[in-house]
Design a protein around this ligand. Structure first.
Ligand code: CA
Length: 232
């Protein structure tokens, strides 16, 4: 599948997690390199053709956030942050600094590989492949050329804002989007951070697309971070 050529750098100072990730990647045909500090990560990033970065935020010699900022000065490579459960604020900050996604420890190999596939797919889309017009997840479908949405084959009647929100989530299917990012994209720069407005819009959209809005199947809430359209 060509995925074997993707070189992934795993930056993690916990040796057990490092070898767990390395093994999972190898089993799935990925080629990986490892670093256990910010310093060794930076030197590999400069000397090797790395295509994706898996980054632990808590490193012995520096903050993972610093690495995200530095990499973003010269590269669009997908960055998936690996963090501890109690770091919600850090997760959102990492995503806003340019990380693409995050995994919360402990995570399964399945989860890890799914996130990597999503990130690689987005990378391919950005690099030249023409954007898709029609996307589908489960029974939910969007046609971006016609600006139409369907649920179980029935056309949905969304307001322009609801449509914009859903279209943004579809374009980033499987990826977590931060509250700040969504507000900026849907309402525009300068709207500030009206999370209340986003929550209200999300509730309205969920009432139209979810069978049980309290237990959403399509758009899941990433607590303290934002939202994600599930990738099936
Ligand atoms: Ca660590």
């Amino acid at each position: 599948m060509g995925e074997a050529t993707h070189k992934i750098l795993v930056v993690e100072d916990d040796r057990q997690i490092q070898s767990f990730i390395g093994y999972a990647l190898e089993q799935d045909g990925f080629c990986s390199l490892s670093a256990n500090s910010g310093h060794s990560a930076m030197s590999l990033l400069i000397s090797e053709p790395i295509e994706l970065l898996l980054l632990d935020l808590g490193l012995p010699d520096c903050d993972g956030m610093e690495i995200i900022k530095r990499v973003r000065e010269w590269s669009d490579m997908p960055i998936i942050v690996v963090s501890a459960r109690d770091q919600d604020r850090e997760k959102a900050a990492a995503l806003d600094a340019g990380a693409d996604d995050y995994l919360t420890k402990p995570f399964s190999a399945t989860e890890l590989l799914a996130r990597i596939r999503v990130a690689i797919r987005h990378l391919r889309r950005q690099s030249g492949e023409k954007p898709q017009a029609v996307y589908q997840v489960g029974e939910l479908k969007i046609d971006m050329e016609k600006r139409l949405t369907y649920l179980q084959g029935e056309e949905l009647h969304l307001t322009p804002m609801e449509y914009n929100l859903l279209a943004l989530l579809f374009k980033n299917c499987g990826k977590v989007l931060t509250t700040q990012y969504i507000i900026r994209e849907v309402w525009g720069v300068g709207y500030g951070s009206d999370t209340q407005a986003l929550r209200a819009l999300m509730a309205a959209l969920r009432r139209k697309i979810e069978k049980n809005p309290a237990k959403p199947r399509y758009i899941v809430t990433e607590i303290g971070v934002g939202y994600r359209l599930v990738d099936e």
